[in-house]
Design a protein around this ligand. Sequence first.
Ligand SMILES: C[S@@+](CC[C@H](N)C(=O)[O-])C[C@H]1O[C@@H](n2cnc3c(N)ncnc32)[C@H](O)[C@@H]1O
Length: 323
Amino acid sequence: MEIVHTPVLLEETLQVLAPRQPEELMIDTTVGEGGHSYAFLSRFPDLRLIGIDADPEIQEVAKQRLKVFGERVHWYTGWSHDFFADPSYEKPDTILIDLGVSRYHYEKGARGFSFLRDEVLDMRIDRTQGLAAAELIAGLSEKALADLLYTYGEERYARRIARSITEAKARGRISRSGALADIVVRAVPSSRYRESIHPATRTFQALRIAVNGELTRLQELLERAIRVLKPGGRVGVITFHSLEDRIVKHFFREKGTDYTGTQEQPIYEYKERGSRSVKVLYRKGITPGEAEIRNNPSSRSARLRIVEKVVDKDVCLQYKEMR
Ligand SMILES: C[S@@+](CC[C@H](N)C(=O)[O-])C[C@H]1O[C@@H](n2cnc3c(N)ncnc32)[C@H](O)[C@@H]1O
């Protein structure tokens, strides 16, 4: 079994989400090839884990890899926010959310995630539902496409790219990632080639986010993760671009009230509708060090944000009743 993905911020995640009680339950909501899960199960011998992924293909790799841990591991195939909607599951002590797609998807997914490969332009994580990228592009007007590239890719040349894609569509369906990458490369000004990222990076990111409804799902996932977490439990979220990170940051901060903690490790306390409260640990989150970025350049934009649940809704209700 060949593993291609290197888990990011691994040591930091192991430290902040380390179990604090015996036989804790961890939910890896984005198990991928199981890199983080494998490290947690190896380091903490009585930890139990549920591994979730919306892509059954990559989850199969994790299943093979984590077989050695036997009954300590259980599986759910599907979107994580759907898993959390089922109240019959045991409440977890820790939840890990490592967003986006895996290197596996770029290198072995054969679904057009990479602008460096010529593959079918699909980009769906779960291939059983929703529109593939080629269908999405085919159905969008030039304006809608430009808005999509601007909103989800923060693409400065969104209008130029949308115009070129629309002209190309008039000559025939764009069904391969190679063809799309060529169109984008020709559409952007040559100054773009001097930037550190490939000219098609933002277009491909925007389409992937749109195809998989990533930002809408994220909001839902955070809501539900906090709701199901045990009091005292922690959620760690690893984001890879500013759009994701902004959602996570605002989700935890917008209801900010008190400040406690030290200068080095400030703790902000938040109350949500008076029913739940979470502490945000590490105000700016944790980013990779130089050595990690050198060894794994795709980690450079990663940021780990961690929150701890301090009060559960039920506890609040009981407290009110007591008074
Ligand atoms: C960045 S990779 C995780 C890598 C993993 N931590 C590792 O070390 O191997 C994210 C994985 O989560 C899956 N995924 C992304 N969003 C998801 C969601 N909302 N629900 C379920 N799976 C998701 C993707 O299919 C992908 O396999």
